[in-house]
Design a binder for this molecule. Structure first.
Ligand code: IVH
Length: 681
């Protein structure tokens, strides 16, 4: 080996740091994880054999150094400033007006105000010091003057550059300064936070209320091995100090930081005036929940940083930048009570009754408590002060209690033993957290099932509202979903508020829904896991509800896009006698049990021909045969006449066959039909 050990160690160190950067900063790895691991292990082995050659900035140190007793205080080389807040578009305009006034007073009214808009990342601020391109110190913000040395913990962050590649500075606008202090935010990516926090709860450990607390708690661990095991990452956005020239605008500074290997936020925008800033702010209000980290606002910075610095400070807030805060999505309030409701699948769900609280622009009075396991795990009690969160479109939910604020009057929440609607005993589904009421006659479940059946995504009966569902169930005019199709005009007219016109509209809506395609009907049945997409997939594969009924779990699972859960649910639904009786009632009402396939190629060999079907066909059900004929352009009618072109016969054909023979109507069987349309299947 011509290479000395020291050289090999240095080369491995640089190579691994390069790949860490590609992976964590550029999101563009150039080697596989396995290749990375191999290099990593080689370095680890060499460092173990030659400990005197191991350096503090080695990538192997990311697994966590030695524990410390307490954090050492460090004085920041320059104040780590805070930011003033604006809470809406007007607040941002007001800041711009203030700035202009100041510029006028100092004779700079000609100055152009352009801005950078960056996400305000809700994590833990970190101050990173580099000397001669090497990471030497990482600290918390502390009080802005003095922070805590958390270097060993920061070294566990894969996204943290440990060395700025000075040898590659040829392309830089400004060379790497001898001393460089960078400010950034360490945080948990949201997807990883949820998984990790759930894992803690499952392991019986204390869960964190939000990603920010988790980031702060994780970086303030005395044992870096704990930090190393957590999915923390980093984004940088400011230069605190540099003993050398640095770019003059924020835009260039971010690009320069990126070129040096620092991870910077990708969601940044250059704005030529304050209205563009406001447009960006409003855009952020829409997309804030789509970003994989917590964002509590935007930070608006005057792009010309020298101009910004000249404006000075108010207290600890620089005048040249402002935070445009978003309305809070998380607040505390009091849990007044817990309501129980029964869903259409029988699941008994707990809902929190809250002291009303404004969240993200709306008043929240109720929030979901998910299920009783969750309540028990988080030890939520009635009377507790709780954190409530609402993010975008999600239903507000109770994050957890604040036990420190208890006064002893709080009451535990007991899971129910009987159904809140019908009083029958409830059951826990094995292996699941849900508590369910199995009573098929449970009135609340029936109401929920009917609401779902008539809803827009299912049978879409616009004239059938939620109140109608409640009323008709209460008055016992409906005992199951199919009863909708057997409602009698005279019974409806007796109901309060049901005048002629209203009854007409209701009955017309119901009648029209009979023509809804089979996929909607299958969706409306409300089989667990079978929403509209799965319903379409199922009927694509099995064509009719009758064929689906005969399908085995294996057959269903074999369909692309379907899983075991769905297959088990469908099969067990069709095993329930009550559901089969329900289906017969629907059939009697004349609903569509098979899909009308529209022939894409437009080949219509049966165009203009009229068919009648009789007897039991070898492979096709009546509905399937009807669909098949219609797909190829034919028409199917109920009785034989001189206008009938073909009688499709199966076994045990009856009077229709006799009549067809008498009228001289052509007779064919399933095989002959398939031959006619060129289908061998
Ligand atoms: S700039 C003069 N930019 O928000 C520079 N701060 O009070 C002042 N923060 O905890 C900070 N994202 O650490 C800036 N893109 C960003 C930021 C950001 C998050 C934090 C900052 C501080 C708070 C502002």
């Amino acid at each position: 080996m011509s290479e000395s050990i020291a050289e090999r160690i240095a080369a491995l160190r640089d190579e691994l740091n390069f790949h860490l950067h590609r992976y964590h900063v550029l999101n563009d790895p150039v080697i596989s994880d396995a290749e990375y691991d191999a290099l990593f292990r080689e370095l680890q082995a060499l460092e173990a054999d030659y400990p005197e050659l191991a350096t503090a900035d080695s990538p192997t140190r990311r697994v966590g150094g030695d524990a410390v007793d307490e954090f050492v205080k460090v004085a920041h080389p320059a104040p780590i400033l805070s930011l003033a807040n604006a809470f809406d578009a007007e607040g941002l305009r007001e800041w711009e007006r203030r700035t202009r006034r100041l510029l006028t007073q100092t004779g700079q009214e000609e100055a152009r105000l352009e801005y950078m808009v960056e996400p305000k990342i809700d994590g833990l601020t970190v101050v990173l010091t580099y000397e001669s391109g090497r990471f030497v110190l990482g600290a918390t913000r502390g009080n802005g003057e003095i922070g805590e040395n958390i270097t060993p913990n920061l070294l566990t962050l894969a996204a943290l550059p440990r060395r700025i590649p000075i040898d590659r500075q040829a392309g830089l606008t400004h060379p790497v300064p001898g001393r460089l202090v960078v400010r950034g935010e360490a945080f948990f990516p949201l997807d990883q936070f949820d998984v990790w926090n759930e894992g803690r709860l499952a392991a019986g450990e204390k869960s964190y209320m939000n990603p920010r607390n988790a980031a702060s708690g994780s970086l303030r661990q005395l044992d870096p091995k704990i930090t190393a095991a957590r999915p923390l990452t980093l984004l940088c956005y400011d230069i605190v100090l540099a003993d050398g020239a640095i770019p003059g605008t924020q835009w260039e500074r971010l690009r320069w930081l990126k070129a040096l290997g620092f991870p910077i936020p990708s969601e940044i925008a250059f704005c030529r005036d304050i209205e563009a800033v406001i447009a960006a702010y409003e855009g952020w209000l829409e997309k804030r929940n789509q970003i994989n980290y917590e964002v509590d606002g935007i930070v608006v910075k005057i792009n010309d940083r020298r101009l910004a610095d000249d404006l000075g400070f108010v207290g600890k807030d620089p005048r040249g930048a402002i935070a445009g805060k978003f309305p809070a999505q998380e607040k505390t309030t009091t849990l007044l009570d817990v309501n129980l409701s029964v869903g259409r699948t029988g699941i008994v769900a707990p809902t929190a009754v809250l002291e009303p609280v404004e969240l993200g622009g709306v008043i929240v009075r109720n929030a979901t408590l998910h299920n009783f396991d969750e309540i028990a795990r988080k030890d939520i009690r009635i009377g507790d002060k709780v954190w409530v969160k609402r993010a975008g479109d999600v239903i507000p939910y109770v994050v957890g209690p604040i036990p420190d604020l208890r006064d002893g009057t709080e009451r535990p929440i007991e899971p129910p033993t009987t159904c809140p609607a019908c009083g029958e005993p409830v059951r826990r589904i094995e292996g699941e957290v849900a508590i369910t009421c199995d009573n098929p006659a449970c009135p609340e479940q029936l109401v929920r099932r009917i609401e779902y059946f008539v809803s827009r995504g299912a049978m879409d009966i616009g004239s059938f509202g939620s109140q109608t569902a409640v009323l008709l169930t209460e008055k016992q005019l409906i005992h199951d979903m199919a009863d909708i199709y057997f409602l009698r005009r005279e019974d409806l007219l007796e109901l309060e508020g049901f005048k002629d016109k209203k009854v007409d509209r209701l009955l017309e809506g119901i009648e029209a829904s009979k023509a809804q395609p089979a996929t909607r009907f299958l969706t409306a049945l409300g089989i667990r896991f079978v929403g509209s997409v799965i319903a379409a997939t199922l009927l694509d594969a099995f064509v009719s509800i009758d064929r689906l009924q005969e399908a085995t779990q294996e057959e269903i699972e074999a369909v692309y896009g379907l899983g075991k859960e769905t297959a088990v649910s469908v099969v067990s639904w069709f095993q329930d006698e009550r559901n089969l009786r329900l289906l017969e009632k629907f059939r009697e009402a004349g609903l569509n049990f098979a899909v009308d396939r529209v022939e894409p190629v437009g080949e219509q060999p049966l165009a203009g021909l009229t068919f009648v079907i009789t007897g039991t066909l070898p492979t096709l059900s009546r509905d399937e045969a009807k669909s098949l004929i219609e797909n190829y352009g034919g028409k199917v009618t109920g009785s034989v006449s001189k206008n009938t072109d073909f009688l499709l016969v199966g076994e045990n054909a009856g009077s229709k066959l006799t009549k067809a023979e008498a009228l001289g109507v052509a007779i064919l069987d399933e095989e002959a039909l398939r031959a006619k349309i060129g289908d061998r299947g």
